[in-house]
Design a binder for this molecule. Structure first.
Ligand code: CP3
Length: 375
C-alpha cells in the first residue's frame, strides 16, 4: 500500500509530498454527478456500496495519496435525533434548532453500530477495495462546528444564535457540547475499529470565534476528543522496558488531523490540541503557520481552492511556492485550504496533483527523518 500519507502525518521521511483534497469526491466529477442523478445526497451517504463507489472515484481519477470516506459531518447529528434535509443551493437544514434545555435533553449520544452502521459498513467495504492502494481517512465535524449547525439550524453568516447561547446560557451550551463530544468520540472510535487509518476533525467555523472564546468554548472539547482517541503512552520506568513493552501498542495509532477554517488568529492555541497534523487554510503563509506551530506536528494545506481556476503554469508556481515554504515542516501533506469547489475543472485538479508529486520528488530531502515524541 502507498503509505506516504501516513508517514508524512507521523513526521517520518518520505520520497515525495503526499496529496489529497478536501471534498475530493463530489460534484466537480462527472462520475459523481451521474450517480447523484439517480439518488439524493442522503441516500448516497446511507448506501454503503454507493458511498464506497464515490469514495474511490477520485482515487481513480486524480492519483491522490489518500481516500476520504464519502459521508457528511451532519450524519451523526441526524442520528442524535435532529431532522436533517439538504436543499439544492441552500445547503443543509436541521430542525428544530437547539435553543433550550428541553431540546438538548431530547438529543441522544449515538451508538454508532446501531444508528450509523451504514458508515461503518462503507468503511469495511473500502478497506477491502483499497487494500493495495491508499489509506482511508475517516472524519467527523469538530464539536464547535457541529454545535453551530445544531443551534443555527443550518449555515450562518454571523453565528449570532451560537454566540448568544455561549454568552447568555453557558451552562446550556456546555451540556450540548458534552453530548456532541461524547457522540464524536464514539463515532470516531467506531470508524477506527471498522478500519479508518487516519481521522480528520473538521472545525470549519471555529475561526469565527475570538481567540479567547475559541480557547474557552471550542478548544477544550477538541482536546477531549483527541485525548479520548489517543491517550498519551505513560513513560517507561528507569532501567528500561521491564517486560512491559508487550503492553504498548504494536501498530501505530491512526493519526489525527485537525482542520480549522480561518486558523491564523488561533494557531498558538491550536498548537496545544494534541493532533498529529494541523490543517491550514489559505489565508496565511504556511511557513508562518509552521513557525508558530513548532516541530511537534505535521501540517496539511494550503492552496486557495480558487487557485485551480488559474492557468496551469500559475498553478505550478503556487504549488512550488507551498512546497518551498514547507521544507522546514516536520511533515507536510499537500491539500487545498478548504474543499474543492463544484465548478472546478477536473483537469486542473489532476494537473495540481501531478505537479505536487513531480516538484516535491525533485527536492533533495522532504521532511526531517526525526521522530519527535508527542508532549
Ligand atoms: O471530502 C470528501 O470528499 C468527503 C465527503 C464530505 C462531504 N462533506 C460531502 C458533501 C466531507 C468530508 C464533508 C464535510 C462537511 N460537510 C463539512 C466540513 C468541511 C467543509 O467543507 O467545511 C461541512 C461544513 C459539511 C456540511 C455540508 N454538507 C454543507 C454546508 C453542504 C452544502 C454545501 C455544498 O457543498 O453543497 C453539504 C453537502 C455535501 N457534503 C455535498 C457533498 C459532496 C454536496 C451534496 C450534493 O451532492 O448535492
Amino acid at each position: 500500500m502507498n503509505d506516504t500519507f501516513l508517514k508524512a502525518c507521523r513526521g517520518e521521511k518520505v520520497s515525495y509530498t503526499p496529496v489529497w483534497i478536501m471534498r475530493q469526491a463530489g460534484r466537480y466529477l462527472k462520475q459523481y454527478q451521474k450517480i447523484r442523478k439517480k439518488v439524493d445526497f442522503l441516500t448516497l451517504c446511507k448506501t454503503p456500496e454507493l458511498a464506497a463507489e464515490v469514495t474511490i472515484q477520485p482515487i481513480d481519477a486524480l492519483n491522490v495519496d489518500a481516500a476520504i470516506l464519502f459521508s457528511d459531518i451532519l450524519i451523526p447529528v441526524e442520528a442524535m435525533g435532529m431532522k436533517l434535509r439538504f436543499f439544492e443551493k441552500k445547503g443543509p437544514l436541521l430542525s428544530p434548532p437547539i435553543s433550550d434545555e428541553a431540546s438538548v435533553k431530547r438529543l441522544s449520544v449515538i451508538e454508532p453500530e446501531e444508528s450509523v452502521s451504514f458508515v461503518l459498513e462503507a468503511i469495511k467495504i473500502l478497506r477491502r477495495e483499497l487494500s493495495k492502494r491508499v489509506p482511508l481517512i475517516g472524519f467527523s465535524g469538530a464539536p464547535f462546528t457541529m454545535a453551530t449547525y445544531m443551534i443555527e439550524g443550518g449555515t450562518s453568516k454571523n453565528f449570532l444564535k451560537t454566540k448568544r447561547m455561549i454568552f447568555q446560557s453557558p451552562g446550556l451550551y456546555g451540556s450540548l457540547m458534552d453530548k456532541i463530544t461524547m457522540t464524536i468520540v464514539k463515532y470516531l472510535k467506531a470508524q477506527i475499529k471498522a478500519g479508518a487509518q487516519a481521522v480528520q476533525l473538521f472545525d470549519t467555523w471555529a475561526g469565527v470565534l475570538s481567540p479567547q472564546d475559541y480557547k474557552n468554548y471550542a478548544l477544550p472539547y477538541v482536546k477531549k476528543v483527541i485525548y479520548a482517541l489517543n491517550p498519551p503512552i505513560p513513560p517507561l520506568s528507569k532501567g528500561g522496558e521491564g517486560g512491559f513493552s508487550d503492553l504498548r501498542p504494536q501498530t501505530p495509532k491512526p493519526p489525527i488531523i485537525y482542520f480549522v477554517g480561518q486558523c491564523a488568529g488561533l494557531l498558538e492555541d491550536i498548537k496545544t490540541c494534541g493532533a498529529d497534523v494541523i490543517g491550514i487554510d489559505w489565508r496565511i503563509n504556511i511557513d508562518d503557520a509552521i513557525r508558530r506551530l513548532g516541530n511537534n506536528v505535521s501540517v496539511q494545506g494550503n492552496l486557495d481552492p480558487c487557485a485551480l481556476f488559474l492557468p496551469a503554469k500559475e498553478i505550478d508556481k503556487r504549488v512550488k511556492d507551498i512546497l518551498d515554504r514547507t521544507l522546514s515542516a516536520r511533515g507536510h501533506i499537500f491539500n487545498l485550504g478548504h474543499g474543492v469547489l463544484p465548478e472546478t475543472p477536473v483537469e486542473s485538479v489532476v494537473a495540481m496533483v501531478e505537479s505536487v508529486h513531480n516538484l516535491s520528488a525533485k527536492s533533495e530531502v522532504r521532511n526531517t527523518p526525526r521522530r519527535i515524541n508527542r508532549k
